[in-house]
Design a protein around this ligand. Structure first.
Ligand code: HEC
Length: 173
């Protein structure tokens, strides 16, 4: 090849080579990511996980699998417990009752009554499981709005943990 012709071809190669390297490089990495596919259960949240944002909580999370995320307020202050009580009474009391017995005024009008939260199974539920329930509500099935509302948008992460701390440590302890 004459050096003039070579000079013409060179730019074409210069473009293709990085492109080829990019494609080859990415394929392996993208495919090998930790992820779950349709119809596959999500990976359980490890017990040591602390929820920092809403995306970390998966709607389909099977709460029975592990204890769920740890309460970042470990040993909650009086202020946190007071905040939790206020939020419980404002957000949950109307359905589950101020004492958690499932006898709130709105609740009694529902087709499916809100559960009595004083039952042993709810006392046994970890704080992480409670947190996930409050965040996600209780869906009946895919695409069906839960009767038990989700509080992901209605309460901040701090408010949800405060609520859980109050419920578990004072209301139903
Ligand atoms: C509009 C009424 C309503 C409100 C408000 C409400 N709940 Fe519920 N909740 C229900 C109903 C109805 C059920 C039972 C039916 C179901 O599980 O879908 C339920 C179920 C639950 C369960 C059991 C879920 C399970 O998997 O067994 C928990 C825990 C719970 N609620 C906690 C709360 C807390 C905490 C709040 C406040 C942040 C709250 N609920 C607010 C109606 C309500």
């Amino acid at each position: 090849m004459s050096s003039r012709r070579f000079a013409k071809v060179l730019p074409a190669f210069a473009g293709i080579l990085p492109a080829a390297m990019f494609v080859a490089g990415c394929q392996g990495q993208m495919r090998d990511q930790i992820s779950y596919r349709a119809q596959e259960s999500p990976l359980p949240v490890p017990a040591s996980a602390v929820a920092q944002n809403d995306e970390e909580v998966n709607l389909d999370y099977p709460m029975e699998v592990t204890g769920g995320p740890a309460n970042p307020y470990g040993n909650p202050s009086k202020a946190i417990l007071t905040l939790g009580k206020r939020k419980y009474e404002a957000q949950c009391g109307s359905c589950h009752g101020l004492g958690g017995n499932g006898n709130g005024a709105v609740g009694s009008a529902l087709l499916i009554p809100p559960y009595n939260l004083q039952q042993p199974m709810y006392k046994a539920m970890s704080e992480g499981q409670w947190y996930l329930r409050i965040t996600n509500g209780h869906p009946f099935g895919p695409g069906i709005e839960p009767i038990m509302p989700k509080y992901q948008k209605k309460l901040t992460i701090k408010e949800r943990w405060a609520l859980v701390s109050y419920v578990k440590r004072e209301l139903i302890k």
